[in-house]
Design a protein. Structure first.
Length: 143
């Protein structure tokens, strides 16, 4: 049983794993050993999540879910299948926990009047400085 949250757990039998050859450097080893692990989880068929939770997962992990409702995670970081399998499961749990996390409701904030006044005062001050640089406002009377 893989524990996602305190009240949600997924049976190992609901996950399927496939091993394929990893990409990238590694010499002869990478060409003959299938160490990349792809974890697949059928989100559409599972009964572990209610409809609202499934929709939340679909929205937040849309790039990782196929049209058939299969959530997939790949790991090829390590040189052994077992290490990549553990890494894929760990990443799967992290993704689901993050997707199910409820964002706190945002409270509207208001700029304090003092800050608003100070900003406008500094703008007026800057405008006066710039006006003082123009020829029109000099006392020599020339334009």
């Amino acid at each position: 049983m893989i524990e996602i949250t305190d009240d949600i757990g997924i049976e190992d039998s609901e996950l399927s794993f496939t091993a394929t050859r990893s990409s990238g450097p590694g010499g002869q080893h990478v060409n003959k050993v299938s160490t990349r692990i792809t974890l697949r989880f059928d989100l559409a068929a599972t009964t572990r999540f209610d409809a609202a939770q499934k929709e939340l997962i679909r929205q937040r992990l849309a790039t990782r879910i196929s049209k058939q409702g299969i959530l997939w995670v790949t790991s090829q970081r390590h040189r052994s299948q077992s290490a990549n399998r553990d890494a894929a499961v760990e990443r799967f749990v992290d993704l689901l926990r993050g997707a199910l996390e409820v964002d706190p409701e945002r409270r509207k904030s208001r700029t304090p009047a003092r800050v608003h006044r100070k900003r406008l005062d500094s703008k007026r001050h800057r405008a006066r400085i710039k006006q003082g640089r123009s020829r029109r406002h000099h006392d020599d009377g020339g334009e």
